[in-house]
Structures are given as structure tokens and as C-alpha cells.
Write a protein that binds this ligand. Structure first.
Ligand code: BES
Ligand code: ZN
Ligand code: ZN
Length: 501
């Protein structure tokens, strides 16, 4: 969908529908809605007065205009109370409006937001607005046979601005929103793709294509190199599958001077059957999303290149399929990682940490100022925090703070779990340096303890997105399926990187 920006007034805008956003606790109508109301014989003020419409978040009402203005209808969309305003609420309301317009069978709509109503910097507001509209319209329909004439698509939204002083900042904000939403949808597509069509080799090809984007280089490590480097974690997990593993390396701004290097690491398990410790059948299909961390890293790199940030950013994505077979890794087997450390594989379903261990140790070679890993790592994190917030653990207070702030701003919020010394006890092994499970309690923490053995040389944050990467139901701007979590947070983190350093 295109978002066009135009200077104009509602009274002169011919459209199928014009959208107005309202606060529940602001009784006076905005300037443009007030003017419209007059022309429409006070229909808006009456309906609000009679409580026919209360502007609660995501509530909508559509009113006909009977030819009194060129637009055929107006739609009122609630933002909730102004005193409780957040940027995410505009994201939601814009998403609700866009889907409502589309579902009415309309292919183009106009939208009005008077600057007077905006309790945030307009750049942030319009970015959130365009993110919300674009993300809400996302659907994964690649495998559906829908005749083109039955595909309802909203092709364009026009934003009407009253004066030209805001034109530039709004254009810029909308462009940022579009770049970010594009990247999130790219990530969602990868995650929603069935495993049969995204084996590690296919993900590597997708990454190579990303390598064509501005400033991004891509390198793939395949079986021979992985063996040479001694990446026993990636090799061990992949050995039961017919699909060979790949290790994706994306590098943005490789030659940046005097800039920090930030490394993103993403778990890229293209299907997690559990391996020999096979998972139960119920919901096993969702394990196609076990590469959501890797997909988020790819999406973030795409957006970061689109926004031309100055930092040096590296993305590492170890990719493998976790399958049971005669050649699969077995409980009790010992792995030797790239770092030289060894681990006893007590449970083959705790495979994510095995591939991440190699990637985290490999990250050292970039002498990074920060490493952030994203992984659908533990069911335990879902038990602890549910699907609302991502679990965060790490070894550096300043980096954790940066990630927390980026999470609040992008509304991909994180909540810290403790990574205290006492928990390390649980992953001690009798026969290797460590073992890959820590018992029935605090599973999200002991998983992070395992990772921490490979991140001692740099500031590091681990984000467990097991609960936040997949949606069980539709909401204002996410649909059932992949959420694309992580992209917005990582982009926000890099965007503000130099502001805090
Ligand atoms: N990919 C799973 C974690 C997961 C669970 C992601 C639910 C998304 C939703 C991971 O590889 C796994 O199986 N973890 C095990 C670890 C256990 C065996 C120590 C878990 O959490 O049950
Ligand atoms: Zn697993
Ligand atoms: Zn997994």
C-alpha cells in the first residue's frame, strides 16, 4: 500500500471515506472535524453527545455524508483517553482504520489527523501511524489460491495535512515507517513460510539477496567451512537432518570508520522437532517459527540499510534443522564448540543454545561494542512472561538499559530476568564443561547461563522471544502467525546508538 501525503482540506477531498481520529476525553472537536461537523449538520457532535460513539481505543463508526462534502463517508476512530496516549495506540488505531477500510471493499482512503491532536513529536507520531496501517494490512497468502478479482487490497491511503510546514517531517516519518514495516513483513513472511520451503540453504539464498541491498555484504559458511572452523554446535544439531546447515554472515557498513560495531545473532532452526527427544505432536507445526530470531536479524539489517545508519552492524544466523534420524545427535553425546569448550547434550530439544554457542563465540572476532542475540529459546520463558513481553538477560547494565529503552520506544518491550551466579550450578556436567539443560526450574535463566559461557569477552544481551514471536490470534496490527518481533526494537536501538555513547 502507498501512503501519499497531501496538503488539503476535508471539504475539498473526494474520497470513498475520510478518517478522523478522536480522543475519548477531549470534548471539543478538532479544527477540521469541527468544520466537517458544521457542513454535516452537527451529525458528529450529536452522535458523540448521544453516546452513539465513544472514542475508546480501536472503536469505529462510519457515517454517510449525503453529498454534503465530496467524500462519501467519514469514519471516526477512537484513540482512547488522551491522558493515557502512547505511540502504540496510534499504531493500533491506524491499523484498525486501514483494515476496516479494506474490509469495506474500498481500495483507497483518505485520512486526517490535525496536528493539534498530537501529544508526541510529529515525526514519531506519523512513523507509528504508517507502521500500524502497513503492518495491519499484512496477510500471508502465498499458498492460498484466491482469484485476483477476489483479492481485496487497500492500495493507497492519503494523509491530509492542513499546512505545508509539517510536510517535510511527515514525509520523512512516513518513509521511516514504510521501511520498518517492509522489513517486519519480510521477517513475518520468512517465519510463516513452511519449513519445507525454507531449509537452511534457502535461508542462505534469501540472505544473499539481502546482500544486494545498500551497504550489506553477505557470506555463507557451508559444511566444509563449518567443519574446518570446528562449529560442533551447528554441526551436531544438523546431523540428523537431510538438510545441510548454513551459517549466514551479513555485514552492514563493513568499512565504517570510527563507529561502534554491533553484532546481532539470531537463532535459525528451520524446524524444531526436538530431535531424538521428540516433541509431542500438538502444536509441533509452530516449530517452523524456530528461526524467528534469525528472521528478525535479517529484517533488521534490511531496515538499517534502508535507513542508512552510520554504525557497523553484523548479523550472524546459524541455520539448521533439528530432526530425529539414525544419524541424529543423541542424549549423552558430547559436542565441542568453535570456542573449544565442550557440552554434554542432555536433551536434544535444547538445540538452540548449541547453535548459538558457536555463533556467539564467532562474534568475538568483530571486537564488538555490543552483541544482542534473539532466540525462540525456551518454553520456560513463555510460562514466566506469557506472550506480551520478551525475556531479557545479559551481562552489561548499560546495554540492558539501551535495549530496554529501545523496547519501550518501539513497543517491543522486554522484561529482565536475573542471570545470577547461583543459577550456573544447574548446568554443571560430570563429564563435559557444561550440559545443555539445567533441570525443571528457571529454564529461561539456565538457557541464558549456557549462552553466557560464550559471551564473556563483550557486553551482551540475550532476548528470549519464544512467547512474543508467534500470535495465536489477530489483533490491531498483528495477525495470527508470525509477529516479526525484534525488528522494530533492533532498528530503534541502532538509531539511537550514538546518542547514548
Ligand atoms: N524452540 C524451543 C522453545 C520454544 C518453545 C519456542 C515454545 C517457542 C515456543 C526450544 O528449542 C526448546 O525446545 N526448548 C526446550 C528446552 C528444554 C528441553 C530444556 C523447552 O523450552 O522446553
Ligand atoms: Zn528445541
Ligand atoms: Zn528450538
Amino acid at each position: 500500500m502507498d501512503i501519499n501525503i497531501k496538503i488539503g482540506t476535508v471539504e475539498k477531498e473526494p474520497a470513498e471515506v475520510v478518517v478522523f481520529y478522536l480522543y475519548e476525553d477531549v470534548k471539543t472537536l478538532s479544527e477540521s472535524l469541527g468544520r466537517c461537523n458544521k457542513v454535516l449538520d452537527n451529525i458528529v457532535s450529536e452522535i458523540i453527545k448521544e453516546k452513539g460513539f465513544v472514542a475508546k481505543l480501536n472503536k469505529t463508526i462510519i457515517l454517510p455524508t449525503y453529498g454534503k462534502i465530496p467524500a462519501r463517508r467519514i469514519m471516526l476512530v477512537g484513540l482512547g483517553k488522551k491522558k493515557d496516549a502512547t505511540l502504540d495506540k496510534i499504531r493500533q488505531a491506524a491499523g484498525t482504520a486501514a483494515c476496516t477500510i479494506r474490509d469495506m471493499g474500498i481500495s483507497e482512503g483518505a485520512s486526517v489527523m490535525d496536528p493539534i491532536d498530537i501529544p508526541f513529536p510529529i515525526s514519531e507520531w506519523y512513523q507509528a501511524y504508517s507502521e500500524g496501517a502497513l503492518l495491519a494490512l499484512y496477510r500471508y497468502q502465498k499458498y492460498k489460491t484466491i482469484p485476483p478479482e477476489e483479492r481485496q487490497e487497500l492500495r493507497a491511503l492519503t494523509l491530509l495535512l492542513s499546512g505545508k510546514e509539517d510536510l517535510r517531517p511527515v514525509q520523512e516519518a512516513v518513509k521511516h515507517g514504510q521501511i520498518i514495516a517492509d522489513a517486519v513483513c519480510f521477517t513475518r513472511d520468512l517465519i510463516n513460510t513452511p519449513s519445507q520451503d525454507k531449509a537452511p540453504g534457502v535461508l542462505a539464498d534469501t540472505a544473499k539477496k539481502l546482500g544486494g541491498e545498500a551497504g550489506i555484504q553477505c557470506k555463507i559458511l557451508s559444511l566444509p567451512e563449518l567443519k574446518k572452523l570446528g562449529m560442533g554446535g551447528v554441526l551436531g544439531v544438523a546431523q540428523g537432518s537431510a538438510q545441510p546447515p548454513k551459517f549466514i554472515i551479513l555485514e552492514y557498513n563493513a568499512h565504517a570508520k570510527n563507529q561502534d560495531t554491533v553484532v546481532f545473532v539470531g537463532k535459525g532452526i528451520t524446524f524444531d522437532s526436538g530431535g531424538i527427544c521428540l516433541k509431542q505432536a500438538k502444536d509441533m507445526d509452530i516449530m517452523k517459527s524456530d528461526m524467528a530470531g534469525g528472521a528478525a536479524v535479517m529484517g533488521a539489517m534490511k531496515a538499517i540499510s534502508g535507513m542508512k545508519f552510520p554504525q557497523h552492524v553484523v548479523g550472524l544466523i546459524p541455520c539448521a534443522e533439528n530432526m530425529p534420524s539414525g544419524s541424529a545427535i543423541k542424549p549423552g553425546d558430547i559436542i565441542r564448540f568453535y570456542s573449544g569448550k565442550t557440552a554434554e547434550v542432555a536433551n536434544t530439544d535444547a538445540e538452540g543454545r548449541l547453535i548459538l554457542a558457536d555463533a556467539l563465540a564467532y562474534a568475538e572476532k568483530y571486537k564488538p561494542s555490543a552483541v544482542i542475540d534473539l532466540a525462540t529459546l525456551t518454553g520456560s520463558c513463555v510460562v514466566a512472561l506469557g506472550t506480551v513481553v520478551t525475556g531479557m538477560l545479559g551481562n552489561n547494565e548499560e546495554l540492558k538499559k539501551r535495549v530496554k529503552i529501545a523496547g519501550e520506544k518501539s513497543w517491543e518491550r522486554v522484561w529482565e530476568l536475573p542471570l545470577w551466579e547461583e543459577y550456573q550450578e544447574q548446568i554443571k556436567s560430570d563429564i563435559a564443561d557444561i550440559k545443555n539443560v539445567g533441570g525443571p526450574y528457571a529454564g529461561a535463566i539456565t538457557a541464558a547461563c549456557f549462552l553466557s559461557k560464550f559471551t564473556e569477552k563483550y557486553p551482551w544481551v540475550h532476548l528470549d522471544i519464544a512467547g512474543t514471536s508467534w500470535c495465536e490470534k489477530n489483533s490491531a496490527y498483528t495477525q495470527k502467525g508470525a509477529s516479526g518481533i525484534g525488528v522494530r526494537l533492533l532498528v530503534e536501538l541502532i538509531r539511537n546508538w550514538n546518542r547514548f555513547s
